[in-house]
Design a protein around this ligand. Structure first.
Ligand code: WT7
Length: 637
């Protein structure tokens, strides 16, 4: 093994759920050789079932069913089953609002809150098979709403609060949702993010929505539309504290989460109940080495898949005490996170390289002001972690004492697929290391031929796994095309990777037109379609440009209709326009106005050339198919 390897300490190994490389290998081999027995045994031991399944899985490529014939309920697994154990009085959620308000919620109390809100939904006539959009700030009522939906079999789709009214509308329409659960607003950097206003704007074009349930968070004035808008706290008056969890098929849809694909239209990634819950629960133990006494903090937003799997379903099913924070890491100052680690004695912290880089930039004095000795394990997700960020996270945050689990996965995979088991697998900074049990990962060329050690190729997964995407909501054809037809018989991740001589995976980034900005997936086409909706824009081509802080930054090349524009003002107008169409986080960092875009003779924009221009300021690749070479000369000049 190379020098830059960090084996787990003897102390960590002795206490870990999986101790030592041999234990990992034994688990891995068992899952590979007898997957049905492996998963069936875990499902029986780790989850509650109303009725047991008849077989572990049924695979009719590209469609899979897990725990066929079994019935269960995600909300029951996250709540009710803990109530018969000492976890009943354990804290499920430690919550802190940005202004500093706090709540501590036990499993018993969370169960009560979820039952009450489920009764509200029931009284409004919602039932299994219905679909609800949840658009809320990071307050306890967000997981409460998710778990209440899950309790009744209502499929939910959480829309990240940073998305605009336009983006919200597209999701409500695609899902045909009949209920929207929201709040007046939330706090971010001391300002109110007015969510209800965005809902009002979106709903102008969503006649299918019957109810808008509004949770009071900021207390600001919001107009309530008679016959449509209802206050959460008013609906809850007089409801019962008890609401039985509905017995649902293991394959009952749990949620659809929209993510960017390679077209302008986001896709609803569908996850179902039993398999999803099992694999999120298992990875809490395998990757985070979760113990009952741990205080666990995943600092992501619940609006992204990381929050679904590792703030809500995984941790609660595993019985964890989990910290949730509403606001920004720099409010009131850049030590907000560190003060919370100290105050709540956080043991496990899970965040993204982009957040680590932002914190690193502020200097060591912020973490050094606080006692971080409670930390025992650190996690990273969203993009490859660069050496400088890894080193700082390890030394300054973890005091060279905490393993860092670099976790590779996707919205589609539902749970972590490649990551070290921290008591078993020696770390190599920048590598997500080895696959989880049951995950048959490989690297191939486009003919499906396996790559040699060190050779770059496409990352694929060869067999179905319990928490995998079941389909794209309303578009099974796109599901098949996108994921199962590039390399026949295998799941195509869209990532490039290589494996080293020790079998470690090094994920290099996307191979498609998907950007990764601050760990958020964004499609070039989505931003382009937003730009061309502006009356001044004739054409737009968007590429990701390497950025020290955000990994990639959005860079847009734009041609205009007619002439005589005030470029300075138009640039910022277009940026805001994209913010309005998608969300502030999608605003281009840079807009370059140009007379023409590089195109092939068949009229296809050559983004590859633009990527080269923003990365290296020159073009060296093949340009023989280019229609007009002078365009490139002008652009790179
Ligand atoms: C894409 C998935 C999974 C939750 C957050 C993002 C990239 C994710 C890693 C990692 C290298 C990573 C990949 C992947 N990615 N984690 N540890 N190392 N790359 O979810 O929006 O579905 O994006 O993020 O490119 O395909 P997502």
């Amino acid at each position: 093994m190379s020098q830059d390897t960090y084996p787990p300490s003897a102390d960590f190994v002795s206490k870990a759920h999986v101790s030592g490389m041999e234990a990992y290998q034994a688990l891995y081999e068992r899952a590979e050789k007898t997957p049905e027995d492996f998963w069936a045994e875990l499902a029986e031991k780790e989850l509650f079932w109303f009725r047991k399944w008849t077989h572990a899985f049924e695979w009719h490529p590209p469609f899979v069913k897990w725990f066929v014939g079994g019935t269960t309920n995600a909300s029951y697994n996250c709540l009710d089953r803990h109530l018969a154990t000492p976890r009943k009085d354990k804290l499920a959620i430690i919550w802190e609002g940005e202004p500093g308000d706090q709540r501590a919620i036990t499993y018993q109390e969370l169960h009560r809150l979820v039952c009450r809100f489920a009764n509200v939904l029931k009284a409004r006539g919602y039932k299994a098979g219905d679909r609800a959009i949840i658009y809320m700030p990071m307050i306890p009522e967000l997981p409460v709403a998710m778990l209440a939906c899950a309790r009744l079999g209502i499929m939910h789709s959480v829309v990240f609060g940073g998305f605009s009214a336009e983006a919200l509308k597209a999701r409500i329409q695609d899902l045909d949702a009949t209920a929207v659960i929201t709040a007046d607003g939330g706090w971010r950097r001391g300002k109110e993010v007015r969510l209800k206003d965005a809902v009002d704007e979106a709903l102008v074009d969503c006649p299918g929505v019957r109810d808008v349930i509004v949770c009071r968070r900021t207390g600001s004035d919001v107009p309530m539309q008679e016959g449509r808008d209802l206050w959460w706290h008013e609906l809850e008056q007089g409801v019962s504290d008890d609401c039985p969890a509905v017995e649902l098929d293991a394959e009952h849809p749990l949620y659809a989460l929209y993510t960017s694909g390679t077209t302008g239209r986001p896709k609803g990634i569908l996850h179902t109940t039993g398999g999803y819950l099992l694999q999120t629960t298992m990875t809490m133990k395998w990757v985070f080495d979760l113990k009952d006494e741990d205080i666990y903090w995943c600092a992501a937003d619940i609006g992204w898949v990381t929050g679904h799997s590792y703030i809500v379903y995984g941790p609660l099913s595993a019985g964890a005490t989990s910290v949730i924070y509403e606001g920004a890491p720099d409010t009131p100052a850049w030590d907000r996170w560190w003060s919370m680690v100290e105050k709540y004695k956080v043991n496990i912290l899970y965040t993204s390289p982009t957040a680590i880089r932002a914190l690193l930039r502020q200097g060591d004095e912020w973490p050094n002001k606080h006692d971080l000795s409670s930390l025992r394990l650190l996690g990273s997700v969203g993009e490859p972690i660069n050496p400088a960020a890894w080193e700082w996270y390890h030394r300054v945050v973890g005091k060279s004492r905490c393993p860092i689990v670099d976790t590779w996965w996707q919205t589609e995979t539902g749970s972590i697929l490649i990551a070290p088991m921290p008591g078993a697998v020696p770390l190599k900074p920048g590598s997500a290391t080895l696959p989880m049990p049951g995950v048959i990962a490989d690297i191939v060329d486009l003919d499906g031929k396996p790559a040699r050690a060190g050779q770059e190729g496409y990352l694929i997964i060869r067999r179905p796994w319990p928490s995998m995407i079941r389909t794209i909501w309303g578009d099974p054809k796109r599901y098949e095309d996108q994921y199962w037809s590039r390399v026949p018989g295998a799941y195509f991740t869209g990532d490039a990777a290589r494996r080293d001589e020790d079998g470690y995976f090094w994920v290099l980034g996307r191979v498609d037109d998907v950007m990764n900005v601050s760990g958020h997936r964004l499609s070039t086409m989505e931003v382009e379609s937003a730009l061309v909706k502006h009356p001044a824009v004739a054409e737009a081509a968007v590429v990701g440009k390497p950025d020290e802080l955000t990994g990639q930054a959005v860079c847009a090349f734009v041609t205009l209709k007619g002439g005589g524009w005030d470029y300075d003002n138009l640039g910022s107008e277009l940026r805001d326009w994209v913010g309005h169409e998608i969300g502030k986080f999608a605003r281009p960092a840079e807009i370059r106005f140009t007379d023409a875009l590089p195109k092939t003779r068949s009229g296809k924009i050559m983004r590859r050339l633009l990527r080269e221009i923003v990365t290296t300021h020159s073009v060296t690749g093949d340009v023989t198919t280019l229609e007009d070479f002078t365009v490139v000369t002008k652009l790179s000049g």
